[in-house]
Design a protein around this ligand. Structure first.
Ligand code: SF4
Length: 201
C-alpha cells in the first residue's frame, strides 16, 4: 500500500454512494445505467450484447434489466432493418423523460464548486484510468467517432464516414458511443474534447 492508495479507496466509496442513490423513481442502478447507455449509443451499439459489453454484465442480467424497462414503458425493441435476426433497442419518450431526473445529477451538482478547469482535468484523469483498466481487462473501450482511428478522411462540416462500415456519419452520429471504437494512437484527436457536458460517455 502506498500514499496513492487513497485514490482507489475514494473511487470505491464514490461508487458505493452513487450505487445507493440510484434506487429511485422505481428503478435500480442497472436500469438507470441501461437507460443512460441507450441515450448515448450509436446505431451499431444499440443491441443487448453491446450493452452487456459496456456494462460489464452478463447477457442474462442485461436481458432481465431490459424486460423490466420494457414493462415500465421506458425502452422499446425493434428488428434491425438490415438483419431481421438482430434487435435494435431505443428509449421511448417516457425513457427520455425519466432520464431528465437522473439521480447521478446529484454528483454533478456536488462538483459545481470545483473550478471548471480542475473539473475537466479530473474528468480527463478518470477517463484515462478507465481506458487503461479496459485495456488491462481486455474489454471494449467504447468511444466516439471524433477520437476513433476508423473515422474516414474528409471529415467536413461535422460529418464523416465510418472506415469499418463505409456508412456516412452525420453530426449526431459523431457524438455517440460505439462498440467498434478504436482509439487514435498518438493522435491529437484523443482528448477530452469529445466528452459531453457531463464529462462522460
Ligand atoms: S468511426 Fe469508429 S466510432 Fe465511429 S462508427 Fe465507425 S467504428 Fe464506430
Amino acid at each position: 500500500m502506498t500514499k496513492f492508495d487513497a485514490f482507489p479507496v475514494l473511487v470505491n466509496r464514490l461508487s458505493r454512494v452513487a450505487h445507493a442513490m440510484q434506487f429511485s423513481h422505481g428503478l435500480n442502478p442497472a436500469q438507470w445505467e441501461a437507460l443512460r447507455y441507450l441515450e448515448k449509443a450509436n446505431r451499431y451499439s444499440s443491441s443487448p450484447s453491446a450493452m452487456a459489453d459496456y456494462l460489464g454484465a452478463t447477457k442474462g442480467t442485461v436481458s432481465q434489466t431490459l424486460i423490466a424497462l420494457e414493462s415500465k414503458g421506458l425502452v422499446k425493441r425493434d428488428r434491425c432493418p438490415n438483419d431481421r435476426r438482430a434487435v435494435v433497442l431505443a428509449l421511448t419518450d417516457a425513457g427520455r423523460e425519466i432520464l431528465s431526473q437522473d439521480p447521478l445529477c446529484q454528483i454533478y451538482a456536488a462538483t459545481e464548486k470545483v473550478p471548471e478547469e480542475e473539473r475537466q482535468q479530473l474528468v480527463g484523469v478518470m477517463k484515462s484510468i478507465l481506458d487503461d483498466l479496459c485495456v488491462r481487462q481486455n474489454s471494449s473501450q467504447f468511444g466516439v467517432c471524433g477520437d476513433c482511428c476508423h473515422l474516414g478522411e474528409g471529415i467536413c462540416a461535422g460529418e464523416g464516414t465510418c472506415g469499418i462500415t463505409g456508412d456516412p456519419l452525420g453530426a449526431s452520429d459523431l457524438h455517440r458511443i460505439c462498440i467498434d471504437f478504436s482509439p487514435c494512437e498518438g493522435d491529437e484527436r484523443t482528448s477530452t474534447s469529445s466528452l459531453d457536458s457531463t464529462g462522460v460517455w
